[in-house]
Design a protein around this ligand. Structure first.
Ligand code: 5GP
Ligand code: ZN
Length: 115
């Protein structure tokens, strides 16, 4: 179920353009508009859920189950040395979009601009 004022729901619906990395019935992945490193990707459930506190085990399971495939696709495309998986919940933890998302942040060694 989509949420009226949610930008990520609008991205899933195609109302806001995005650079798609992966899509299936339950999950959508796209490049973050603000690339902290090359290939920085957001992975989101299609079902709107605010953050990890409000996410059902079923939605969490579907989301996390896709991470290995998506991470390997990014690895193949960008050839990073490593990758961070990050999730922010609530403003105090720097969540700025209130639709659950995982950041996949490829790392390229010292000087990749991310710390
Ligand atoms: P948060 O700070 O909530 O963990 O991450 C939200 C992320 O969403 C930020 O890294 C921000 O750059 C990204 N973002 C916000 N609006 C858009 C958008 O319209 N398109 C895309 N591709 N990314 C967005
Ligand atoms: Zn949403």
């Amino acid at each position: 179920m989509s949420h009226e004022d949610c930008i990520f729901c609008k991205i899933i619906q195609g109302d806001i353009p995005s650079a798609k990395v992966y899509e299936d019935d339950n999950v959508y992945a796209f490049l973050d508009i603000s690339q902290v490193t090359k290939g920085h990707t957001l992975v989101i459930p299609k079902e709107h859920t605010k953050n990890i506190y409000e996410t059902s085990p079923e939605v969490a399971k579907e989301l996390f189950a896709r991470i290995p495939f998506i991470a390997n696709a990014i690895k193949k495309s960008y050839n990073p040395l490593g990758m961070n998986v990050l999730n922010n919940n609530e403003s105090a933890a720097e969540q700025s979009v209130f639709h659950l998302h995982l950041h996949l942040i490829p790392r390229y060694g010292e000087g990749d601009g991310y710390s």
